[in-house]
Ligand binder design. Structure first.
Ligand code: ADP
Length: 713
């Protein structure tokens, strides 16, 4: 519209301008012509005046010199009248007058010529002539007046034109100014719009650039493979990461030989078809795993996700992640788990895990232990573990302390009743587990079904007990004479004392004091005999192992008493060094007495062949620095060769004609059953030393240490 208005304004301005110009041209032409007309008329008047003057002088004087210019003036009169006619050709009135003037002039000039030719004419002729010239003059005047009027009229029109011009210019200026203002306003509006559009464009462009940059960066960073494809499966673009993943290069890509179908193993084609369908339907596909062929034909597992482009409906972009490492790690983990499982299966019957509150979170049990504790149940409080036949409450309390202290534990043995009522044993070991920050998160452990082992151990123990018993009975057999002597002695003393008592009773008066003394001795002897018999019975009787607290020194002395006659018979010099205040020992008193008895009898036997020197036997007891008690039996016999120091403890090793070679083997196993140690060494300067040590219970070892540091106590 603006353009139309501008055009209309321009056209109309042009039109008015042109018209003004044309009118202006016409006015100036008319003005010029009028001037020329007036000039011509003036000249004509002057020429006519000249002609008149010449002719009149001639006529008055008849001097031919006045006619000199004659002919010239006529000619110029004729020319001027013609020019005049030409000038006023467009003005009918003036044209008519000019024509009339030309005719009049031609007629008058002819008339004058005629007068002149008829020389000698009087002054009357001259006057006539002059009058006829006056007519010409009056015609000229008429024309001059007319022309002057025209001139005035023309000047008025010129003035009017000037005014129109001024108005036109003013109007043009106003229009131009208005147009300029409108144009400026429009230009300003346009500039604002443009600026806004540019700003928007710049922002958009910047945004696009930023996004483009980010995408470029992602593509160029080559952290993940990125491909641009079409739905037919052609790969149109790919970054280096993708090409590297599959072992291709840019030339392969440029040659267009990379296509989904060729790169994908046939068993994945179905999955690809589903992907394409999903892309067509939703425009995007969730990440999924598949495989590609590498250029060398090997396969690479990948994770793939893609999206279609909005603007080009059959193209899209995908990211491709190489899963080789992850798959390898998964496989390694699977294999390691398999190995671990195999190891556990063949080594253990139970695998278990607990949380920080000792609640089971994971258990795997062999078939032989099918009933697993329910997940979430707490160690020591499960159906599987309760009621326990072993260990006792005290051991459980200690075990819980270990767990609460987050310490490792080994071979914690539990027993409960099996389906047939027999004991079923499991030995459990566990390690505390801590996270990276060192926080305790639970236990991980294994267990072994040890019922069979325990049965075997029990059978072995029973067998050993049987052997030990046999050994004891045999030993007793050897001691029969000594024992008989040992029992006979108090019996004989009793008889003697009874005789003495009878005698004191039959005296007059009876000496009741002596009778009382004799009776007291009888009682003591009776007790002594009873003790000996009790001891023998204990040794010979087959009793199950017991767990007493007893005085070791007293037990040693009983064995010394039992063998006293044997020692006397063999001329043995006995020395005892029993530590006073020896802490009480926990164990089977009879078994440990058997050990001491065996050592004493072996020593007596070993020294039997010694004649040249004293046969010395020393029995010592003491507390050990490590916290325990140590019993030492030394003799001055032939001693032990270094090679025999260990061999003597082997079963059936004997150097005696009637020996069984079981004594020391049984002794060692009995000491070890008490968690003690037994060993032999050479005595200085001669003879053998047999020693055994027994550990003390916690509180007793503390006591023992106190005694050592303060023997007076
Ligand atoms: P046995 O007495 O039936 O031979 P032991 O096991 O008691 O069985 O003893 C094994 C062997 O150890 C003996 O035959 C003997 O050679 C040796 N032995 C045992 N005690 C001593 C000792 N005090 N001095 C030297 N040798 C000994």
């Amino acid at each position: 519209m603006v353009v139309a208005v501008v055009l209309a304004v321009v056209v109309s301005t042009g039109f008015f301008g042109l018209r003004y110009w044309q009118e202006r041209q016409a006015a100036s032409l008319a003005h010029e012509r009028s001037r020329q007309v007036l000039d011509t008329l003036d000249r004509l008047r002057a020429v006519i005046a000249d002609v008149e003057a010449q002719r009149r002088e001639y006529l008055l004087t008849l001097d031919p010199s006045y006619l000199k210019a004659y002919g010239v003036s006529d000619e110029s009169v004729r020319r001027d009248t013609q020019a005049l006619q030409a000038l006023v050709a467009n003005d009918p009135l003036q044209n008519h007058r000019a024509g009339h003037l030309a005719l009049t002039v031609a007629a008058k000039l002819r008339e004058i010529d005629d007068i002149v030719k008829t020389a000698g004419i009087s002054g009357l002729a001259a006057l006539t002539m002059i009058r006829s010239l006056d007519e010409i003059r009056s015609q000229i005047d008429q024309m001059v007046d007319h022309e002057r009027l025209l001139l005035v009229d023309q000047e008025k029109r010129a003035e009017a034109l000037e005014q129109r011009k001024a108005r036109l210019i003013a109007t043009a200026i106003v229009i131009v100014a208005a147009l300029a203002v409108v144009g400026l306003a429009l230009a300003r509006l346009e500039a604002i719009r443009r600026r806004k559009a540019i700003a928007e464009n710049i922002a958009l462009h910047g945004d696009l650039l930023a996004r483009d940059k980010k995408i470029r960066r992602l593509v160029d960073a080559n952290i993940v493979g990125i491909i641009i494809w079409d739905l037919e499966g052609r790969i149109l673009e790919a970054n280096d990461a993708f090409l590297r993943m599959l072992g291709y290069n840019r030339d392969d890509l440029a040659s267009g030989c990379l296509s989904r179908t060729d790169l994908t193993p046939v068993e994945w084609h179905d999955r690809d078809s589903r992907t394409v369908a999903e892309l067509k339907r939703k425009g995007t596909v969730q990440p999924f795993e598949k495989e590609y062929f590498r250029k060398d034909g090997s396969r690479v597992p990948v994770l793939l996700g893609g999206v279609m482009f909005e603007q080009s409906p059959d193209q899209g972009v995908s990211f491709v992640l190489d899963l080789t490492e992850r798959k390898r790690a998964e496989e390694a983990l699977r294999q390691s788990e398999e190995r671990f499982r195999t190891l556990v299966q063949f080594s253990f019957d139970v695998y278990w895990e607990t949380d920080a509150q000792h609640r089971f979170t994971h258990q795997e049990f062999a078939d032989s232990l099918a009933e697993a504790p329910a997940p979430g149940s707490e160690i020591g409080k499960t159906r599987w573990e309760v009621p326990y036949l072993e260990p006792d409450e005290e051991a459980w309390r200690k075990h819980r302390e270990t767990l609460d202290a987050h310490l490792p534990f080994r071979d914690f043995e539990l027993a409960r009743a099996g389906p047939d009522g027999s004991k079923r044993y499991v030995s459990v070991s566990g390690l505390p587990v801590f996270d990276k920050t060192g926080r305790f998160v639970g236990y991980r452990g294994v267990g072994r079904h040890i019922t069979e082992r325990r049965r075997a151990e029990e059978a072995l123990r029973a067998m050993q007990a049987e052997l030990a018993h046999t050994n004891r009975v045999t030993t007793m057999g050897q001691l029969t004479a000594s024992i008989a002597h040992e029992v006979n002695q108090p019996i004989a003393a009793t008889v003697t004392n009874a005789g003495a008592a009878l005698r004191w009773l039959s005296a007059q008066p009876p000496n009741l004091g002596e009778v009382g003394d004799s009776l007291r001795r009888i009682v003591e002897d009776g007790k002594r005999a009873g003790n000996v018999i009790d001891g023998i019975r204990a040794l010979i009787n087959k009793v199950p192992p017991r767990n007493d607290r007893f005085d070791l020194n007293e037990a040693i002395l009983e064995m010394v008493a039992l063998t006293r006659s044997e020692m006397l018979k063999h001329g043995i010099l006995l020395q005892t060094g029993l530590a006073p205040g020896l802490p009480m020992v926990k164990g089977d008193r009879t078994q440990l007495q058997q050990v001491i008895l065996n050592l004493i009898l072996n020593a007596i036997e070993a020294m039997d062949d010694i004649d040249e020197r004293t046969r010395e036997l020393r029995i010592n007891s003491e507390t050990e620095a490590a916290g325990g008690v140590l019993v030492t039996v030394r003799d001055s016999g032939p001693g032990l060769a270094p090679a025999d120091v260990e061999r003597v403890f082997q079963a059936f090793y004997t150097t005696k004609a009637k020996g069984m070679g079981m004594g020391l083997a049984i002794c060692r196993s009995m000491v070890e059953a008490h968690r003690g140690r037994m060993w032999a060494s050479a005595n200085e300067p001669r003879g053998a030393v047999f020693q055994f040590s027994l550990p003390l219970e916690q509180d007793e070892s503390v006591q023992a240490r106190q005694i050592r540091s303060n023997p007076a106590a």
